[in-house]
Design a protein around this ligand. Structure first.
Ligand code: SF4
Length: 333
């Protein structure tokens, strides 16, 4: 997949790092615009909501200053701020929009050695072996096309880490990861949705068949793997859509993934901010805010009402038990 940009906004300090220099050569033909901070680019924050797709074409290059880990209790024990935040793709529900509003463009942080050092220190200090989520702020497989950070991350942690690292993705560009010396310490998680949902809602991500193939290939390369069906969107006809998806997974997932992989199911949450941006930027696309099925959940967020969540949970548990019985379902949330 070719990831194209139209301009680079950068913190001048970033060019003192090898990755900053590599990016400055790689994108030498684009305009490079110096900024005081990757977090404060007034001309971009002042843009209209309808300019969201234009903002997404910019690449931001900076130095990460925030390194605080937060605790987590799903697949990982800690969420780690890592080498990027934001994303070049434009999924209409993207959780990053809640944090960064329309400035959820891809920001790449060049001080990866510093982030890895902290990670290894924390990993060495935990009494039990822990799992660290590196992909809660961006899609690292997409970022890798720009920075080539992942092979370094996976092999460095493989050599020097005790626990595990993990990240989810909606992209299929795993070829550079297949031959790595990962030592089983990277848990790769592929996120899927029905093809129609990918086409209408997950703008700029990889298609379903190649995501499934990428997951099969990663399992074959010895990585521990998981499959997310996420986020589940209760559109009209959702049972048919997700029923077909699960049947397709039954047919196309390798026996190895079915035997060794785990499952996560996450129902969509949406927000007032998403609704405002999407209505202006993508007026013709499917509206995701369903006031009949959703209810407020504080701070402008919406989630599905209990009765719809329960119906979805029963549906997924029944379907998965029938079609993918050997895959362990970790949670539905
Ligand atoms: S791929 Fe992930 S990070 Fe990127 S826009 Fe979609 S949901 Fe957001």
């Amino acid at each position: 997949m070719n990831v194209d940009f139209d301009a680079v906004y950068y913190e001048p300090d970033a060019l003192e790092y090898p990755l900053g220099q590599m990016l400055s050569q790689r994108y030498a033909d684009l305009p490079w615009i110096p900024v005081e901070s990757h977090n404060r680019i007034p001309e971009l924050s002042a843009a209209e909501n309808r300019e969201f797709p234009i903002l997404k074409r910019h690449l931001i290059v900076g130095v990460r200053k925030t390194h605080a880990y937060s605790q987590n209790n799903k697949v990982s024990n800690f969420l780690v701020p890592y080498t990027s935040s934001g994303c070049r793709a434009m999924c209409l529900y993207c959780y990053l929009v809640c944090n960064y509003n329309k400035c959820s463009y891809l920001r790449v942080f060049v001080n990866r050695e510093q982030m890895m050092e902290r990670l290894l220190k924390k990993d060495a200090a935990t009494p039990e072996l822990c799992t660290f989520e590196l992909g809660s702020n961006s899609d690292l497989v997409l970022e890798n096309v720009v920075t080539n950070n992942l092979p370094w991350t996976i092999e460095t942690f493989g050599r020097e880490g005790r626990g595990s690292i993990t990240f989810p993705t909606k992209f299929d560009m795993v070829e550079p990861l297949l031959q790595l010396d990962h030592r089983g310490k990277t848990i790769f998680r592929m996120s899927v949705n029905p093809e129609e949902v990918i086409r209408m809602v997950e703008l700029g991500t990889s298609p379903l068949p190649t995501r499934i193939q990428a997951l099969n290939n990663m399992a074959k390369a010895g990585y521990p793997v998981g499959l997310l069906i996420a986020p589940v969107i209760l559109l009209t006809g959702w049972k048919e859509l997700y029923g077909e998806l699960i049947e397709r997974l039954r047919v196309e997932l390798s026996d190895q993934v079915k035997r060794e992989g785990f499952l996560e199911i996450i129902l969509m949450t949406y927000s007032f901010v998403h609704n405002a941006i999407n209505s202006d930027a993508f007026p013709g696309l499917v509206p995701l805010l369903d006031r009949e099925k959703m209810t407020g959940r504080g701070r402008g967020k919406y989630c599905y009402r209990t009765e719809y969540r329960e119906e979805a949970e029963t549906f997924f548990r029944t379907m998965l038990e029938d079609k993918l019985p050997t895959m362990k379902l970790l949670y539905i949330s």
